[in-house]
Design a protein around this ligand. Structure first.
Ligand code: COA
Length: 163
């Protein structure tokens, strides 16, 4: 018997884990344009004090009849992490999703070992509803992914009322 690693692969590429992606200003600007092409509700996050774009957030409507969407948010500039910008953006986007788009449920996936993100999502009330073990490989580190969701009636706290 030939060990799996030595079997001919018939030209199929061997999969490698991607390196960590730090996220640059240019990257998230391009990302927003791509999301808008996909008909997502996508927004640039701007630091009001410095009037500087620092990230993006988006809602992807995944199930129209059941009013469900997937949320994604990134503060691309590391120096702005942990200063409340993520929570502000999240609450503005949740308010927009529930009040303007009329969503019933918003879901997201987050790495289990990302304590900052976990805390940021727990505050408005996102609950763990499932997961995938070792679904993210960064170098030698393998992390679980958790699926969280938030129903409109469960939302904790307030959102800026969108115009
Ligand atoms: C995840 C992300 C959106 C959160 O935004 P943020 O502006 O950094 O977060 P906030 O400052 O609004 O909130 C972070 C919360 O976590 C807490 N926190 C920060 N670092 C923490 C840590 N190491 N352990 C536990 N809690 C931590 C903060 O104290 C704060 O909670 P508090 O308001 O109760 O004090 C942002 O950090 C980001 O985009 N990071 C890079 C990409 C990423 O990690 N994405 C998640 C994909 S899984």
């Amino acid at each position: 018997m030939v060990p799996i690693a030595q079997r001919p692969r018939n030209g199929a590429p061997r999969l490698e884990s991607r390196p960590p992606n730090p996220g640059t200003l240019g990257e998230y600007q391009q990302t927003i344009a791509r999301f808008l092409e996909q008909k997502a509700h996508a927004f640039l996050i701007v630091d009001a004090a410095g009037d500087r774009p620092i990230g993006w957030c988006a809602l992807f409507v995944s199930d129209v009849p059941n009013r469900r969407a997937v949320l994604s948010v990134l503060i691309g500039e590391k120096e702005y992490w942990g200063k409340g910008h993520g929570e502000d953006a999240l609450r503005a986007l949740i308010g927009y999703g529930f009040h303007v788009v009329n969503l019933h449920s918003i879901e997201l996936v987050v790495r289990d070992d990302n304590a900052r993100a976990r805390r940021c999502y727990e505050k408005p009330g996102f609950q763990v509803v499932g997961g995938r073990r070792q679904a993210v490989i960064l170098g030698t580190r393998k992390s679980d992914l958790l699926l969280r969701d938030l129903l409109a009636e469960e939302y904790v706290g307030s959102s800026p009322i969108p115009d």
